[in-house]
Ligand binder design. Structure first.
Ligand SMILES: NC(=O)c1ccc[n+]([C@@H]2O[C@H](COP(=O)([O-])OP(=O)(O)OC[C@H]3O[C@@H](n4cnc5c(N)ncnc54)[C@H](O)[C@@H]3O)[C@@H](O)[C@H]2O)c1
Length: 324
């Protein structure tokens, strides 16, 4: 296939690019490098610098490069706390970006899109294991912008000849086995447990704050669903092939059906290094358990996560050690 990967210089997009190239596909990356990095661009992929909120940038790209079989969209702002402070920047980049993209996809007769969405569309989930049919009720502008994009894509598919695959990711972590790409450890806005505990393991950060040990869980700390970024990328490849084989559009969670508590992650990381941590107060808005049901992804795409928690921790530590 000929694939356009928008946001392909970022963390998750670059992992998809590696999987596409391993599977012998032609890849064009389009990215404004706002959070992405040119070092993440695979040597066999062609790179265009540009912004999807800018109509001219898209027209220029699509006039030069045509006949994409699938467009993968990763380009978004995604820091929840920042979205609470600067909601309009999130609406502009995430929503206007997708609107401009869809308009140009229609103009240039591109009719398949795979879109990155998030567990944040569920808001405070009503049950521990989230299913795709559950109520969506985002509690921050980031989640809201992603939900709007999901709806925009669905409505466009009613009027245009558009097929879509929407993936809602849970906690994505780890790095490629080559250790050439991985999580952006230079990013100062780390909020996720795996990158933070990786830094503690390597002595870059003094200690880990565990926010609350009085939740109604097996050890009192929050339970989350972790998925290796390579498993996630492989799901995108399967999703694209599914659409290219003439199947219907889909919306799927990508997670493991399983969860680990913060203390369990600490225990698993101790294999590599001592982890200093401190129990502090609960953070506002943290649900006690957040796990993705992946039954539908298994059924529709025959996808299963293959990599384990240890693969996530190991590749995370090894990549961080390599780049810092
Ligand atoms: N990382 C996670 O844990 C996670 C969880 C759920 C969903 N997601 C979704 O996955 C996608 C990718 O996330 P990531 O972690 O790889 O983030 P990232 O910041 O590493 O990657 C985003 C990429 O998009 C580019 N970009 C942003 N706005 C752009 C624009 N207007 N025009 C062109 N390029 C633009 C950035 O430069 C970057 O390369 C996002 O859509 C995010 O909402 C991520």
């Amino acid at each position: 296939m000929k694939a356009l990967v928008i946001g392909g210089a970022g963390y998750i997009g670059s992992h998809l690019v590696y999987e596409l190239i391993r599977d012998n596909h032609e890849v064009i990356i389009f990215d404004n490098l706002s959070t992405g990095n040119k070092n993440n661009v695979h040597s066999k992929a062609k790179f265009y610098l540009g912004d999807i909120t800018n109509n001219e940038d898209l027209v220029s790209l699509l006039s030069k490069e045509s006949n994409f079989d699938v467009v993968f969209h990763f380009a978004a702002k995604l820091i929840v706390s920042e979205s609470m402070e600067k909601p309009l920047e999130y609406y502009y980049n995430n929503v206007e970006g997708v609107r401009t993209l869809l308009e140009n996809m229609n103009k240039f007769k591109l009719n398949k899109i795979i879109f990155s969405s998030t567990a944040a569309v569920y808001g405070n989930p009503i049950k521990d294991i989230c299913e795709e049919e559950d109520l969506t009720n985002p509690i921050n502008p980031y989640g809201e912008t992603k939900l709007i994009c999901e709806k925009m894509i669905k409505w466009c598919s009613h009027v245009n000849n558009l097929k879509y695959g929407i993936f809602r990711y849970f906690n994505v972590a780890g790095g490629d086995k080559s250790l050439e790409i991985g999580y952006d450890y230079h990013n100062p806005n780390k909020t996720h447990l795996i990158p933070i505990i990786t830094e503690v393991a390597l002595g870059i950060r003094e200690k880990l704050n565990v926010y609350g040990n009085d939740y109604d869980t097996r050890d009192g700390t929050c339970i989350r669903d972790y998925i290796h970024v390579t498993d996630l990328a492989k799901a995108h490849l399967l999703g694209a092939k599914h659409l290219l084989s003439g199947n219907d559009s889909f919306l799927l969670n990508l997670g493991s059906n399983n969860g680990y508590s913060v203390l369990e992650i600490i225990e698993a990381t101790k294999k590599y290094a001592q982890i200093n941590y401190e129990i502090s107060k609960r953070r506002e808005g943290d649900p006690s358990i957040l796990i993705a049901s992946n039954e539908k992804a298994k059924e529709v795409l025959n996808w299963r996560p293959e990599l384990k928690l240890d693969d996530i921790i190991k590749t995370s530590i090894e990549y961080c050690k390599k780049i810092l």
